[in-house]
Write a protein that binds this ligand. Sequence first.
Ligand code: HMG
Ligand code: MG
Length: 302
Amino acid sequence: MKLPSRVKLVDVGPRDGLQNEKEPVPAEVKIGLVHRLQDAGLKEIEVTSFVSPRWVPQMADAAEVMAKIERKPGVRYSVLTPNMKGFEAALDSRPDEIVVFGAASEAFSQRNINCSIAESIERFAPVVAAARAHGIHVRGVVSCVVGCPYEGDIAPERVGMVARLMKEIGVQHAGVADTIGVGTPLKVQRAMEAVLGHFAVDDVSGHFHDTYGMALANTLAAMEMGVWQYDTSSAGLGGCPYAKGATGNVATEDVVFMLHGMGIDTGIDFDKLVDAGEYISGFLGRKPNSRAATATLNKRAA
Ligand code: HMG
Ligand code: MG
């Protein structure tokens, strides 16, 4: 088994984690989370989305959050921009990376971004070109790489097709997303393989929701293929408003605990990370959705 010697985690908690919260989370709290994550050693944070506030009300303060975060040198701040309107709105915020997000499922594409897969690529193309002209790195996420809440199982060929279309328009990095967490290790490896047909292993990351508790196993399965970048969410927050029933991304705390236990470096201070998760969970009035964080907090309290 050939595993990577270091792993980069992108904390998507402020964006994926909070986008689905019903009660408004004030910008100061989102900013507080970003600051705690960067203090814990995260080198990339997905901060927010420049999407329609009618579709995702929680992200309506995107410009304010981006304007008020105190940036730490060496940290990359990314934002979601599904179309030119979103990209233009994001530009003033000086993101280091923008994310276009498509899907391997037609039905999910329609529900999530209100267009077909082919139309989404047409919308992304000018966004990608403009971002690259501004020297902004471009990540393209492929959602529903294993299963779709509306269509059921998704064939790896569909995943490969969307990855190819993204590559053709100039997307630099492919995020492989199990949106509803139905993936199991071999299915995730097949989806990864389909994407690795179009992107180099250094330009691919895993984004695993933990709905069925499979995300750590799926992370390890992808690591066995040499994939060393993963999106994770502080305190396991999250879900997509257009994927009902799907829970958050795998908790950053759980992945860090696993990696450090395997002697794999992340550059993250586990205790500070637990503090960050405790901060946002405290605001939301619930316990962190992370076994490693819960165990650590119980131990601290004892
Ligand atoms: P649309 O309605 O097709 O867009 O929405 P439109 O171009 O027809 O415009 C309609 C109205 O929306 C207009 O306003 C536009 O100005 C406005 P009106 O004239 O009616 O007042 N509008 C916008 N406003 C703000 N920002 C924008 C924007 N674009 C248009 N960027 C759109 C298309 C994509 C905007 C919409 O469907 C949308 O916002 N969807 C939300 C998608 C989303 O954020 N989903 C959650 C994130 S994805 C996710 O969680 C999955 C991921 O984690 C990976 C995984 O787990 O799978 C990434
Ligand atoms: Mg997601």
